[in-house]
Design a protein around this ligand. Structure first.
Ligand SMILES: *[C@@H]1O[C@H](CO)[C@@H](O)[C@H](O)[C@H]1NC(C)=O
Length: 298
């Protein structure tokens, strides 16, 4: 009798794990091991702090996952390479924009300050986007492409406008530098849309990889790319990004999935209270995270 109860309990547990959200690329074993923690902690973990704390490991993890996806689904391999290369152009051109800020910067302004201001500006933009494009994503793939393009152009105009008001450099320099970043951001969103339309199973891993790869220039790219659903929150922490994910890509990544993907990239399970302290002190110290050179710090 006891054995029967134990077997039933085991069966129920395994069934629950199997039925729980399953990000592409996570093995059943990964999920089995992380499942109880997900339930406990995914409500209160800080995705970006945990991701940054992984340093280069998260970049390597994302690149490996994209590589694995390409082997698994050869029809998508060209687009996946394109995605990776375009993300790397996004990073390089964002670095140049940061260089411009460093050359002009006023004493006492930190990259963190700039990033925070940008996030608040973009939170307003995000609300306007919801009002402007309130209809659901069209079914037809060609119509989707055009609709995405319209939304991306609309948003990137707004991002440029926000940057002009937030960056401590002359307007002409902001516009010129952003013109370098802008086409790559547009391209990466369009590629993501096509990948997800043709291979819906890749959705979660593509968004996760995008979020992981943007980390080196996250001061700019976290608030900007979260407008398009890259990452679990909108431009301001704890505002959900699910609306953007549905509107741009036709699905939404659950918090549990963000959490399990982060865990399989190697993030430690740290209870939220302790996490705040530890991750706060690691914070921007992780080697790959951009800092502002030559500007005073407060
Ligand atoms: C990165 O991965 C290596 C090898 O798995 C591990 O030893 C190291 O602790 C990881 N670093 C971080 C910051 O998680």
């Amino acid at each position: 009798m006891r054995l029967l109860v134990a077997l039933l309990a085991l069966f129920a547990f395994v069934a629950a794990v199997a039925a729980s959200p399953s990000p592409q690329g996570l093995s059943f074993y990964d999920r089995l091991v992380s499942w109880p923690f997900n339930r406990l902690l995914s409500d209160d973990f800080d995705f970006w702090a945990s991701a940054k704390a992984l340093g280069h490991n998260i970049t390597m993890y994302a690149e490996k996952k994209l590589h694995d996806l390409a082997l698994e689904i050869p029809a998508a391999s060209t687009q996946l390479d394109n995605f990776k290369e375009t993300m790397s152009s996004v990073i390089t051109t964002s670095q140049n924009l940061r260089g411009d800020i460093e050359r002009h910067c006023e004493d006492g302004i930190t990259l963190d300050d700039i990033s925070r201001k940008l996030s608040s500006e973009l939170a307003i933009v995000f609300e306007n986007l919801k009002a402007e494009f309130s209809l659901p994503l069209p079914e037809d793939h060609n119509v989707r492409y055009e609709e995405r393009e319209k939304m991306i152009d609309w948003l990137l105009d707004e991002v440029e406008h926000a940057l002009v008001s937030v960056l401590p450099i002359p307007e002409a320099d902001t516009r010129r530098s952003f013109q370098e970043v802008r086409p790559h951001i547009k391209h990466v969103i369009l590629i993501t849309g096509q990948l997800v339309d043709n291979h819906p199973g890749m959705f979660e891993m593509i968004l996760f990889s995008g979020a992981a790869l943007l980390i080196p220039e996250s001061w700019l790219l976290r608030p900007v790319l979260s407008l398009f659903g890259f990452g679990p929150y909108g431009p301001v922490k704890h505002s959900p990004a699910a609306w953007a994910q549905r509107r741009f890509f036709g699905g939404a990544v659950t918090k549990d999935s963000w959490f399990s993907m982060l865990q399989s990239a190697g993030a430690k399970v740290i209870s939220p209270g302790i996490g705040k302290k530890i991750l706060g002190s690691i914070g921007l110290g992780a080697g790959i995270v951009a800092t502002l050179k030559g500007c005073g710090t407060r």
